[in-house]
Design a protein around this ligand. Structure first.
Ligand code: ZN
Length: 151
């Protein structure tokens, strides 16, 4: 699907905004799960820190890292979306975001995705898909670690 000029402008603005002023940037030190992810083909690196509530929802999340604008902007947008969300909501968001950037599967909750839908432009570029997914992969691992720790 070709992006209209307006959408392309918006896409660039949002990516630029988030990569220049990343939200929830930094580290969490106490009582949190820390996952490091990297994307060697692009040189992107990311550290995701997640603090889970007792009910499994995401109480707080921060990220740190360096790399291309897409990897950092996507992680920044992710933290905004998942902070305070229940595990179920995060899982849906994670699946929907993957479907969006891979260009396959169906979207379950378009409203929840919001501006993340702007990243659908990367689906034509497999290398960029890895950049966009980097932070999300780290979050997925953090959730797995938290679940294993409870067993
Ligand atoms: Zn990248």
């Amino acid at each position: 699907m070709a992006l209209s000029d307006d959408l392309r402008d918006l896409y660039q603005q949002v990516i630029l905004d988030h990569s220049k002023s990343p939200r929830n940037h930094g580290q969490l030190t106490c009582d949190c799960v820390h996952v490091h992810g990297d994307n060697p083909s692009c040189g992107d690196e990311i550290d995701v820190y997640v603090k889970f509530s007792d009910d499994g929802s995401i109480a707080d999340i921060k990220f740190d890292g360096q790399g291309c604008a897409i990897s950092q902007a996507s992680a920044s947008m992710m933290t905004v979306k998942v902070k305070g969300s229940s595990r179920t909501k995060v899982n849906t968001l994670m699946q929907d975001f993957r479907s969006t950037v891979m260009g396959e599967g169906s979207i379950q909750d378009e409203d929840a995705l919001g501006e993340l839908q702007l990243l659908e432009g990367v689906q034509k570029f497999p290398q960029r898909v890895k950049c966009a997914m980097l932070g999300w992969r780290a979050l997925e691992q953090a959730i797995q670690q938290a679940e294993e720790a409870k067993c």
